[in-house]
Design a protein around this ligand. Sequence first.
Ligand SMILES: Nc1ncnc2c1ncn2[C@@H]1O[C@H](COP(=O)(O)OP(=O)(O)OP(=O)(O)O)[C@@H](O)[C@H]1O
Ligand SMILES: [Mg+2]
Length: 268
Amino acid sequence: MPITISEVGRKYPGGIVALESVSLVIPDGQFVSLIGPSGCGKSTLLAMLAGLDAPTTGRVAVSGRVGMVFQEPALFPWRSVRDNVSFGLQMRGVGKRERESRADDALKMVHLSRFAGAYPHELSGGMRQRAAIARALVADPEVLLMDEPFGALDAQTRSLLQSELLSVWETTRKTVVFVTHGMDEALTLSDRIVLLSARPGRIIADIVIDAPHPRDPQTDPTLRAAYEMLRDLLTKEVESVARAEHDGDWEGVGKRTMEPEASVGADI
Ligand SMILES: Nc1ncnc2c1ncn2[C@@H]1O[C@H](COP(=O)(O)OP(=O)(O)OP(=O)(O)O)[C@@H](O)[C@H]1O
Ligand SMILES: [Mg+2]
């Protein structure tokens, strides 16, 4: 298995427990979305998978190369798109000709070939995020880690990049771990959705989404049922946290959080 997370906990200095006893095995080629309330440890878990952080208890094992995409593309403004994408290869001592040709292949996958010579300030937000995805793909990683990669984009651009990501995934079948606040996004993209509780993050649901692509979470009954189940769990979670935190004020808070959401596609 490319990713095995066993009984992982993470306590930060100062005493905040971000994650508690998280176990997850992700098979080769699976597209998994991680969702959960803000601060529940999603980015912490992804950082561990990327080798940027270590658990305080338990164990994380990732086999193969890893590519990472963050919410902000963080490109070097003084390097062209191609040179941004090939930067990691340059650091590893790959020769100019080879790294440029690999950067161009990665840019082709995200439909950014025409802008290989452009600089980041000449790109739209969506194009910059495509460049960040190309940068993660250039080393042909087995595992792609994405931390709210489309969170800062407008709805149309987000939906376009979602379809592009799906087509990259369908052709390469990389293992993807995708963090999002968008239920719609998770339902549109993933084979599997893992829901974490409020901090300390523990797994409270792990569901398989078996529906063909392209998907429409508004109309597909499988997706609607999954949505409703996840929403109910989240509502219960928010309710219990609010109860613990607000004590006497609980009733008003509870009423608001228990109201049914207007439509599929709510963000959390
Ligand atoms: N370097 C750090 N030092 C101390 N506490 C930290 C550190 N990084 C994260 N935390 C805390 O750990 C908890 C989990 O943080 P994390 O960034 O993993 O959450 P998240 O689920 O990604 O949240 P969001 O959805 O808002 O991005 C938070 O309460 C955060 O304040
Ligand atoms: Mg985060």
